[in-house]
Design a protein around this ligand. Sequence first.
Ligand SMILES: [Zn+2]
Ligand SMILES: [Zn+2]
Length: 177
Amino acid sequence: MLDTRELGRRPGSQRQVSRTVPAPADLGIEVLQVPEGSPVELDLRLEAVMEGVLVTGTAQASLAGECARCLESITDEIEVDLQELYVYEDHALPGEGDEVSVLQDDLIDLEPLLRDAVVLALPFQPLCMDDCPGLCPECGARLADDPDHAHDAAVDPRWAALAELTEAHQTGQTEQN
Ligand SMILES: [Zn+2]
Ligand SMILES: [Zn+2]
């Protein structure tokens, strides 16, 4: 919550706000999140305009999650741009509260803005590296750790299919006998 009372309502008046807040729960997406309680650094400029308070700035936080392909844990940093106009309560039209952000009791709730910005900035599928080869479909080993990983059974899929056919054929013959 940001208090805007010190800013006043005179259009054009400005205030810089720098503060560190603990991250709320579930900030991010399921596979990549800002750990709950970890510091989120806010660097904001509050500017009074005719209809409310314009907030612009950045938020910096750390990220933790896992690679979408190999499940290796990932840590990263994120910096997102924030921009939102918070309309004065007495300037907001009735029913408008759903579409615009409204200042309540001169306070700004930054959490929805922060959530939207962080989620938008995150990759849909976080990877430990750009070309993560993922896991071996045979044994689940992490292929990035062992690029030459192979199994004796791993043969050209065309041969594998042929081998299956031959096997089925042989089984069929055995049953006939
Ligand atoms: Zn990976
Ligand atoms: Zn394997």
